[in-house]
Design a protein around this ligand. Structure first.
Ligand code: BJ8
Length: 425
């Protein structure tokens, strides 16, 4: 990594604490990601992105800021990135995937708060995330209770705007959400000084749709047997989708897909055709949270699809590009986001239906459901998902965990027993 220390210091990163993070992340990446066998050559771009995750991309964002552009951080796939892009802002994901500054976090949050929220606050309190430190505005959302209340605390240390998300998906909720997206437009216009028009929004919709189309293409080639890419590599790509410059990212995903489609044609895989195929479902996995996929894939199975926000929930739906006037296009953007089937909605029958459909499309041998400890929406919703998945004849394993390593052995034992049961069945 080039010497970015002056830049980090200028944007407010705590260099000493950040040095500590840099001592841990590269070796973890080497052990979990780089050490895998038979990786596609085109993963080199995503590896280099990770190697420079706090370097080159931050440098680019800082250069944009010097030209007057704004950076907007967010924590949720409900925040419409087309709107941010159309108004001249770069969007970055701020969810934390590692435990940082836990003693400092204890001063603000009870222990029984999910690891993702605790981690995100830890990154801010420890000032170790350059994406947080470059964000001119942070957008929260009223999804789960933990996040809602966390944003009040975060508002004491960052410029926070909270979008209100409905809890249901009826017509009154849709109309409310469309208005809420318009309130976001007002707020971002105020931030960037730009005015939304139909051409700007059409271009942004096209760019973001292209990004999601590339991820859909990647998802499609993962249906092949033997699997052409590991679940850990696919997860890494989905995590980087929240940070990278979108056009470049799209090109790199498409280049990778060229290679993967050739692999599929040649019957070349990262694992044998007899390795159990797993659908991973549940809470998002933010960088560097690769714990459960690593356990699964070092136990002889391959994750062939993710029903996660760092997965198919992010790219499954596209915005209708046919609208020609601004009002209709804004409505289409809003409607696309309301199709996301996060567990914070009630009822949320479509999520279980989608999981059953995906399990069939990807010919999976089992669904592993990942719930972060203290995540009420995903923990409680596992009941309905389990019932639907098992009724379709697919084995189901529920795993509740956090970002610590203390339960790794116990989870490995359970995953191995699950895989044995699949093989025996
Ligand atoms: S659309 S999944 S990104 S809310 S894990 S903080 S739910 S207690 S992250 Fe999410 Fe948006 Fe939904 Fe996706 Fe709360 Fe659960 Fe923690 Fe969670």
């Amino acid at each position: 990594m080039e010497d970015y220390r002056q830049m980090w210091s200028d944007i407010g990163v705590n260099l000493e604490a950040h040095d500590g993070l840099l001592e841990v992340l590269p070796p973890l990446f080497g052990d979990v990601i780089v050490s895998q066998e038979n990786r596609p050559a085109r993963m080199a771009y995503f590896d280099s992105f990770f190697a420079e995750i706090h370097g080159r991309r931050i440098w680019e964002l800082v250069q944009e800021q010097k030209q007057g552009k704004k950076v907007v951080g967010s924590f949720c796939t409900y925040v419409p990135e087309e709107i941010l892009m159309a108004l001249g802002a770069s969007s970055v994901g701020l969810c934390g995937g590692a435990e940082v500054a836990p003693e400092a976090v204890d001063q603000y949050l009870p222990h029984n708060t999910c690891a993702l929220i605790r981690s995100s606050l830890g990154f801010k309190l420890g000032r170790v995330c350059p994406y947080f430190e470059t964000s001119d505005l942070v957008i929260g959302e009223t999804t789960c209770d933990g996040k809602k209340k966390y944003y009040e605390i975060l508002g004491e240390m960052a410029n926070v705007y909270v979008m209100e998300l409905p809890q249901k998906k009826g017509e009154p909720d849709r109309l409310f959400w469309r208005d809420e997206v318009r309130r976001l437009i007002d707020r971002v216009e105020e931030l960037t000084g730009e005015k939304l028009d139909v051409e700007k929004l059409r271009q942004a919709v096209k760019v973001v749709n292209d990004k999601r189309r590339a991820l859909l293409r990647l998802a499609e080639v993962r249906k092949s047997s033997p699997p052409v890419i590991s679940g850990k590599d696919a997860l890494l790509i989905n995590q980087i989708a929240f940070l990278d410059e979108p056009r470049r990212f799209t090109n790199k995903v498409n280049e990778l897909c060229d290679e993967l489609e050739q692999r599929a044609g040649a019957g070349k895989g990262v694992a044998g055709a007899d390795a159990p195929r797993i659908l991973m479902s549940g809470c998002p996995m933010a960088i560097p949270n690769w714990k459960l996929p690593h356990i699964v894939e070092t136990s002889g199975a391959t994750v062939v699809m993710e029903e996660l926000c760092t997965g198919s929930r992010y790219y499954r739906n596209l915005v209708d590009e046919s609208d020609v006037d601004l009002d209709a296009l804004v409505d289409s953007v809003a409607d696309r986001y309301l199709e996301i089937d996060c567990a914070v909605f009630t009822p949320n029958e479509e999520r279980a239906e989608n999981i059953v459909r995906m399990a069939s499309e990807y010919a999976v041998d089992g669904v592993i459901y990942y719930s972060l400890m203290f995540c009420t929406p995903y923990g409680v919703e596992s009941y309905k998902v389990k019932k639907a998945v098992e009724a379709s004849g697919v084995p189901f394993l529920y795993v509740e965990t956090d970002y610590s390593q203390g339960d790794t052995q116990q989870i490995s034992t359970r995953v191995q027993a699950f895989l044995e049961m699949i093989k025996a069945g």
